[in-house]
Design a protein around this ligand. Structure first.
Ligand code: GLV
Ligand code: MN
Ligand code: MN
Length: 418
């Protein structure tokens, strides 16, 4: 084990200082991607990394890489990454912990004067949340070759602003190409966002993989008409149809318990006037399951039942699958490093599947990747009350540091054996 240690107070200070950027009255953060708040936290992060002696580069989708050189800079870096953007009513830890714990690793290595074999890079991925520009994990998806850069740049928010224009506006379109950036490994530390670690009274989750996700956009077209004069029987009420869709989506999740999840998270009613029978509704559907075959079946069931139970009422439906991220299994060797790091630090650990999506799920396509989880209070996340204690954050950062160094030592041994 190394004798480098993270400074839990300093990590907490970074979390609480940056939480003020986009901080909400209820104690959460609203720092959606490519907004002024996002620019401010990026500036803070870049300055902190530069102060820590790192070179910061930015690619053409705004992904940021802070590099601390190693002994052998021809080796691809060992990366630590997550995201600084949040949901509109996000908490202080989702994503932010993973990036700022990476910064804490850099600072701790500096304090100890520790030279790693490979360079270390801390990455801030753009638009993990998908709240402003869907789908989620957009820029790590381009990095991994899942989407084209043009597709990402053309995504539009609810006000009609393009991703590419928002990126230019905050000044974070960098020069580096997206992808083509070999990594020896990538580690992501994240809060669990679910209840398992807390219920099991366990400090560390060794994440075995991420469940699959499918996102759909659905437009239901009926007919606008006067709410006072249109008889109940002749209406084409798109919102009434949407209420059926919402129940239908829920029943698909319930039918595939205990692992399935199904959610309608956004509903837009048009024209949204008290005395107009709604003529159009737009809504989103989020389906998840750890088994790709079951997830596919859930998608088929959605399509089939929409046709049978909603279209049959005479309304026109337009259903588009806009995102299909299959289940992911993380690298076994990196998981071993994480498990051993937790053991060495006398921290309890268990294997866990991630219910939430993460940049690591895409990066796993192009580099050995794994994730460390720490508990969050009552399993609550995507909520301003999201909370993880300082000790829990410190434990996660310590495991992250020890896993990175353990992997780095294994690279050194490989070099010596050739
Ligand atoms: C990301 O936050 C997701 O799981 O949707
Ligand atoms: Mn996250
Ligand atoms: Mn999130």
């Amino acid at each position: 084990m190394s004798n480098v240690t993270v400074d839990g107070d300093r990590l907490w200070q970074s979390l609480m200082t940056t939480a003020e950027i986009g901080g909400t009255p209820k104690g959460g953060i609203n720092r959606q991607t490519l907004t002024d708040e996002d620019r401010k936290v990026r500036d803070w992060f870049a300055a902190a990394c530069t102060d820590a002696g790192c070179a910061v580069s930015v690619d053409s989708l705004g992904n940021m890489f802070a590099r601390r050189p190693g002994r052998d800079n021809s080796l691809p870096p060992i990366c630590i990454g997550s995201h600084l953007d949040t949901q509109p009513t996000g908490g202080k830890f989702d994503g932010v912990l993973g990036v700022l714990a990476g910064l804490e690793v850099l600072r701790s290595l500096n304090d100890a004067g520790y030279e790693t074999t490979a360079p270390i890079e801390v990455v801030n991925w753009t638009n993990e949340e998908g709240a402003r520009f869907s789908p989620a994990m957009l820029a790590s998806g381009v990095f991994a070759g899942v989407f084209s850069a043009e597709y990402a740049q053309s995504r539009v928010d609810q006000d009609g602003v393009k991703f590419g224009d928002a990126l230019d506006r905050i000044g974070y379109r960098g020069n580096a190409p997206v992808g083509d950036h070999p990594m020896s490994a990538m580690f992501e530390l994240h809060i669990e966002q679910g209840p398992v670690l807390e219920l099991e009274d366990t400090a560390i989750g060794v994440v075995s993989g991420v469940q699959g996700v499918r996102w759909y956009e659905l437009t239901i077209a009926g007919r606008d008409s006067h709410s006072g004069s249109t008889p109940m029987t002749t209406r084409q009420d798109a919102l009434v149809a949407a209420s059926k869709v919402i129940q239908l989506v829920r029943s698909i999740g319930l039918a595939h318990e205990p692992h399935a999840r199904s959610t309608v998270g956004r509903v837009e009613v048009r024209p949204n006037s008290p005395n107009v029978v709604p003529g159009e509704v737009f809504l989103t559907v989020d389906l998840r399951h750890p088994d790709g075959a079951v997830l596919k079946a859930m998608g088929k069931e959605l399509e089939h039942r929409l046709r049978r139970e909603v279209e049959a009422d005479g309304l026109a439906l337009n259903l588009k699958c806009i995102w299909n991220s299959p289940p992911v299994e993380f690298d076994k060797e990196l998981r071993r490093h994480i498990r051993r790091a937790a053991d060495r630090l006398n921290l309890s650990s268990l294997d866990i599947v991630s219910g939430a999506g993460h940049d690591a799920a895409y990066v796993a396509r192009v580099a050995p990747t794994a994730m460390v989880f720490v508990p969050c209070r009552d399993g609550i996340s995507h909520n301003e009350e999201e909370y993880t204690t300082q000790d829990q954050c410190t434990a996660g950062a310590a495991v992250l540091l020890e896993s990175v160094l353990s992997f780095d030592r294994s690279l050194q041994r490989q070099l010596e054996s050739v």
